[in-house]
Design a protein around this ligand. Structure first.
Ligand SMILES: Nc1nc2c(ncn2[C@@H]2O[C@H](COP(=O)(O)OP(=O)(O)OP(=O)(O)O)[C@@H](O)[C@H]2O)c(=O)[nH]1
Ligand SMILES: [Mg+2]
Length: 301
């Protein structure tokens, strides 16, 4: 099996000379590789999708549509001044609704919030501050995530006067923007990308050799990692898909510390049904992106 990839921060170029499903699942899922996840969250109709399209359009990025993952969430790779991030659009968040669809959308949004590095909490200047905004703000505070409060639909200078009441949300200084006409979206992108580490920072972050163990569900990745570590700190069961998150462990080998990353099993894109699985695949792909060596484990039985 020959499977090689050339790794750069900005673009990952994959050459595939293998027909096995694992390699194909990695390649087909490579579209979601940015380390930095930015989620758009807010009530229905505040302009999240318009802002999503505006950011993507401005950056000339490709919108990856991932059929079979979910219908109500959209992902795209974005780039601003050389900093890459994955932008996630979510459906309108209706707090405390018991409606089946609204509950499902809220759960999806909650997962996006959990996974995000930064949440863009979008509110609507024209409608003003509504109780639902306050409730979403509480959800975000509980998630302890970095939140950028975006007051959308400020299409002109006069709209700036509408910003004041949003301070009440207690999420810091609101940032005005107009997704529709593109006003101040560049400034917003500056703020969004401010904390994204540059490629140089990221590679210097940990000098240890990073080894990721990847493979399909249930091939024995956690057992393999445990055997190397000679301890049982990874959850091993014979239920496929037990490891949801990549877990780092330090292996001392000939006096050197190596970072060993066990990952959740990768599935073919079309087989990813739940959003939990999707994000677990995102995390595994992040581990691959971050590692120096990827060990691909196959089941010989
Ligand atoms: N005036 C003005 N209208 C906007 C702006 N952004 C979005 N809109 C309008 O607001 C409406 C809702 O926009 P969407 O982007 O679909 O809102 P959303 O938050 O994605 O809505 P859901 O997906 O239903 O939660 C549309 O009619 C947009 O054209 C803006 O900056 N200014
Ligand atoms: Mg939308």
């Amino acid at each position: 099996m020959a499977f090689h990839f050339r790794k750069t921060w900005a673009a990952i170029d994959w050459e595939l000379d293998c027909s096995c499903s694992l390699c194909h699942s990695i390649v087909s899922a490579k579209v979601i590789m940015s380390q930095w996840l930015v989620a758009l969250v807010g009530r229905p109709n505040v302009g999240k999708s318009t802002l999503f399209n505006r950011i993507i359009g401005q950056r000339n990025a490709i919108v990856h549509d991932l059929p079979g993952v979910t219908r109500d969430r959209h992902y795209a790779e974005a780039d601003w001044a050389g900093k890459q991030f994955t932008l996630v659009d979510t459906g309108g968040f209706v707090p405390a609704s018991e409606d089946v669809i609204e509950t499902a959308i809220r759960e999806q949004a909650q997962i996006a919030i959990d996974e995000a590095n930064v949440v863009l909490f979008v509110v609507d200047a024209r409608q003003g501050l509504l109780p639902a905004d306050t409730e979403i703000a509480d959800v975000l505070r509980r998630a302890s995530k970095k939140v950028i409060l975006v007051v959308n639909k400020v299409d002109g200078e006069t709209g700036e006067a509408l910003l004041g009441e949003f301070y009440k949300l207690g999420l810091g200084e609101p940032v005005s923007a107009s997704a529709l006409v593109g006003r101040r979206v560049g400034d917003l992108l500056d703020i969004i990308t401010r904390d994204i580490p540059s490629a140089a920072d990221a590679s210097q972050a940990d000098p240890r050799l990073k080894i990721a163990v990847i493979g399909k569900p249930n091939v024995g990745k956690s057992s393999f990692v445990n055997a190397l570590l000679q301890e049982d700190r990874h959850i091993v069961t014979d239920i496929p898909g037990t490891t949801r998150d990549p877990i780092d462990a330090i292996l001392r080998y000939h006096g050197e510390e190596l970072l060993l990353v066990d990952t959740a099993g990768l599935k073919r894109k079309a087989k990813i049904k739940e959003s939990v699985e999707f994000f677990s695949a995102v995390r595994t792909l992040k581990s691959i992106e971050r590692c120096d060596v990827a060990v691909i484990l196959l089941d010989a039985t």
